[in-house]
Design a protein around this ligand. Structure first.
Ligand code: SAM
Length: 352
């Protein structure tokens, strides 16, 4: 049985700027009939606006060095037990080659901050674009405008920078030496430079509430991102949040579903974190409206060192395992570039 109040909230958030109360009502659902209805509605919206498919992106974690002190992340600079590595350009190119040989048309280069110089990353991007017909997404954190410009000029296509939270005080409590305004400025720079910009949040970080998640979803609605990544918080033993519980699975799935219904077009991964809880819940993520899978192409010897949280799953996946995942979710696997689906994307001015 679906309550009339739930049906009404769902219909309102689909047709107008979403009210915070409606978002909170839907995020808080726990009755199995109502959550199934919410997730099925999200899948219908996804299938209408993004087609019935899963985009695949090859993830390469290029460096675990980081100057930041994010309270939740195992790469934070105070974690003396963390192993630090930085892949050489040749090593990254080998990983890209492997991904390209398996038909991937997008690589995502992710790292902590300060593992490599601006120039060496620009060089790497240029080499990738010269050698392979592949889109390059970056997930390298906060940098000055000039760095983003250099990487765009070198050929980068997309940039992922999660907002983490739109609540200023909460943001500062998680990132003691950084501010929400800098994060917003970085996102503005990325858009201005013509990147396909992505953002997102973790769900269940201590101090977060249904109300802050609702506000974050309003932010996604106001700002229309090409990609939105939402995954559960997982406590890392060498962080100040070590003793806190992991993010709630159902709340994470509801957050994916409500975000999908409100924002319609983004590419939304069934995140690695969803695959790293007590079991792999990426299928549930796809059944709540996600539509991206990111197999891990980091070389085996580095995978375990990129420990943002414990027991991080680093599956390479095979064509067969991807097909299986797709079939089970009633979605086709799309090996294409899968660029932004936002209607206004084609009107963006490319950087000179
Ligand atoms: N340094 C870049 C940045 O900050 O965007 C990219 C790397 S960072 C490790 C990528 C994402 O991992 C972050 O945006 C954060 O949401 C997520 N993350 C970090 N620690 C996590 C944890 N303990 N549990 C779940 N996700 C986490």
């Amino acid at each position: 049985m679906i309550r009339a109040s739930v049906r009404d909230a769902l219909s309102r958030i689909q047709s107008a700027f979403p009210r915070k109360e409606d978002l909170e009502t839907l995020l808080s659902l726990s009755d199995p009939d109502e959550t199934s209805y919410l997730h099925a509605t999200a899948c219908a919206v996804r299938n209408t606006y993004c087609q019935e498919r899963i985009a695949v992106r090859a993830l390469i974690e290029i460096s675990s060095v980081c100057k930041n002190s994010c309270n939740y992340c195992g790469l934070n600079r105070y974690n003396r037990e963390a192993s630090r590595y930085t892949m050489s350009n040749n090593e990254v190119l080998q990983s890209v080659k492997l991904a390209a040989s398996q038909g991937f048309k997008t690589v995502v280069l992710q790292s902590g901050e300060n593992g490599r110089t601006t120039e060496s990353i620009a060089q790497l991007i240029a080499q990738i674009k010269q050698k392979f017909p592949i889109a390059v997404s970056l997930s390298l954190g906060e940098h000055p405008y000039e760095d983003y410009l250099a990487w765009k000029r070198a050929g980068a296509d997309r940039y992922l920078l999660r907002i983490e939270s739109t609540d200023e005080d909460f943001y500062r409590s998680l990132h003691t030496d950084r501010s929400l305004s800098t994060r917003l400025e970085c996102l503005a720079h990325l858009r201005r430079l013509g990147y396909q910009a992505g953002s997102g949040i973790m769900v269940g970080v201590p101090g977060q509430s249904i109300s802050t998640i609702a506000r974050d979803i309003q932010f996604f609605s106001e700002n229309q991102f090409a990609m939105i990544g939402i995954g559960p918080f997982i406590p890392h033993p060498q962080t100040p949040l070590a003793k806190c519980p992991a993010g709630d699975l159902l709340l994470t799935l509801n957050t994916i579903a409500v975000t999908r219904i409100v924002t319609k077009y983004p590419w939304m991964p069934a995140t690695t974190a969803l695959g790293s809880l007590n079991r792999d819940y990426r299928m549930e993520g796809l059944m709540a409206g996600a539509n991206v899978i990111m197999p891990n192409f980091t070389p085996q010897r580095y995978k375990s060192q990129y420990a943002i949280y414990p027991n991080k799953q680093s599956r390479a996946e095979t064509p067969e395992s991807l097909e299986h995942l797709g079939k089970s979710a009633n979605l086709a696997i799309d090996y294409g570039r899968c660029d932004s689906l936002l209607p206004e994307w084609n009107t963006c001015t490319p950087i000179a």
